[in-house]
Design a protein around this ligand. Sequence first.
Ligand SMILES: C[S@@+](CC[C@H](N)C(=O)[O-])C[C@H]1O[C@@H](n2cnc3c(N)ncnc32)[C@H](O)[C@@H]1O
Length: 312
Amino acid sequence: MRKEQWCLAVEKREAEETRHRLLGEGLLDRRCKPRPEGGAVLFPVVREVPGALRCEFEAVPEQVVLPRHELVGGIAIMQENDPGGARRLLAARPSLATVLFPETPVEGEYRIRRFAVLAGVPSTRTRVTEYGLRFDVDLAHAYFSARLSTERQRVLRAMEEGERVLDMFAGVGPFAITLARRAAFVVAADLNPAAVHLMIHNIALNRAENVIPMLADAGHLLRLDFSPFDRIVMNLPLAAPQFLLTAARLCRDGGTIHLYALEEREGEYLPLIRAVTRGEVVERVVRTYSPGKWHAVYDITVEKEGSGESSV
Ligand SMILES: C[S@@+](CC[C@H](N)C(=O)[O-])C[C@H]1O[C@@H](n2cnc3c(N)ncnc32)[C@H](O)[C@@H]1O
């Protein structure tokens, strides 16, 4: 669409300088594009200024600025409690059913949040598709983070075919069901009944019959007859380090533990790991958590002989 308005004509070589000056003075009209004409450039301006002419411009389509949000399946989680923004978001993204605002941080043993529904269907349940797998999640009743999808694929790529895997804090099963693609079997434990309920549903949804779901406290897993495991996933960033000794005992000599931890200093958990095994340790940043804090993963090769792990 073309529209007539005020503009300033300047020589091409002065164009960049003029653009900066007009921007700085708040005179440049962003709803139209500057236009070259002969050896000059025409800059649309918001009002009549000395030397301004009337000319026609191509209007730039108005951009809808959407509020910041995180997507989990058909749910958007907004960072601000802004119902107007939520309605705009819903209108702009046809795949969305619901917009939520977290009223609490992730908290408690089950690592869940309470949400307010800002717009759309009043539900915290949705389906997430991740690398061809489907996970039904209920954000108010069981932990789920779509941001870990790349990390799950990284661990899958590190696996050999036919491994025996333990997921100590399995939630609704995203790690367990992903790793089941290469594993002989995956034992998947969680102490939140709602999470285990959804995990059983997700196992059926993905026909991952080699996942063994378990309502259990990770502290009791030493009694398992399935051990030793080739690989153990410990995704409970605030408290997993407390269970490291249990994991080391359940892991075979030469097996791998992926320990997720929240830290403020590189190598913060190395002394603890060294008390359990002297095997190789590689530390990586998974994502930032808050200023000065991040989620790290330690890939630990468990070396048992002479490691002194039993003395801890
Ligand atoms: C951060 S969530 C991770 C869930 C899952 N691994 C994922 O990536 O979505 C941690 C999970 O550990 C469970 N949990 C907390 N303490 C536990 C314990 N002592 N034993 C077993 N599960 C526990 C919580 O219920 C929660 O589902």
